[in-house]
Design a protein around this ligand. Sequence first.
Ligand code: C2E
Ligand code: CA
Ligand code: CA
Ligand code: CA
Length: 278
Amino acid sequence: LRYCCRLLDTAPAPAPAAPVTQPQGYDPELWAALQREEFELFYQPRIDLRLGAICGAEALIRWRHPERGLQQPDSFIPACEASGLIVPLGYWIIQEVGRTLPAMQAAGLDGRIGVNLSFRQFQDRQLAPTIERLMQSHRMASHALEFELTETALCSDEEHVRATIDQLSRQGVEFSLDDFGTGYSSFSLLQKLPITTLKIDKSFVAGIPGNADDEEIVRAIINLAHNLNKQVIAEGVETRAQLEFLIRHDCDQVQGYFFSRPVCREQFLTLLSHDHRQ
Ligand code: C2E
Ligand code: CA
Ligand code: CA
Ligand code: CA
């Protein structure tokens, strides 16, 4: 954490006082939570449909509040984005994945951990070099990481965003497009950026099988991904019928409650070692 706080010193300077004073604009409670490391990553497995095995996971943040208990990201991520606290928090998240990777790999992880990157994090001009430094100091292999971007991240300040993504992907880090189909993406984004994977938003998955429009959209996204030589993941898979539809239409990976909710680190390690033994 000290490392993440030091990174803050490179941000357009708040007060030039002690390094851990609360920078202006941050919610004091959330800032204190970051200092005390009250945040925690949960992991939701991704399943490769050809192998029938866990092929990675998405890291999803939670806040273990001392009185209010486990808080879901929708209750604090928007405030972190608005104030910019998502920048140091985002570095803490990558650091935490780095600290956990050796145990995951020892338990048999063969694949990437997906980390959400919000549009606000790209406003830090040091994003790419800082991620590279974190990867080096935690000896994270670049093939162990994938960043999930939403279409809103990609619309802002295109040139800088693109340069950042290019720089990281040259190191071997991959990028996926999250919530695909719900934003304002144009197909030209897919040509311009080194995106390797599309994630079909769960709002479309919710309608399959049965809703003719959702069925057509899901089929179209799978075909689009494959025609562009990309992988495709369906998120929010809750039922066997959804799974069967996705297998029938050649989807590559799935993620959802049907297999597992996001689980704490220890439970994810258990899932991995069981999966590994089969
Ligand atoms: P997201 O990236 O679209 O994450 C997927 C959300 O769908 C997660 O909610 C996950 O728990 C939920 N989900 C997974 N499987 C199912 C399912 O089968 N059915 C249903 N109904 N839901 C399912 P969660 O964990 O509450 O995260 C919500 C959002 O918060 C994420 O949406 C993401 O935008 C944001 N978020 C979470 N962790 C981070 C983080 O580390 N950094 C940033 N920047 N944003 C994060
Ligand atoms: Ca995501
Ligand atoms: Ca998503
Ligand atoms: Ca979402």
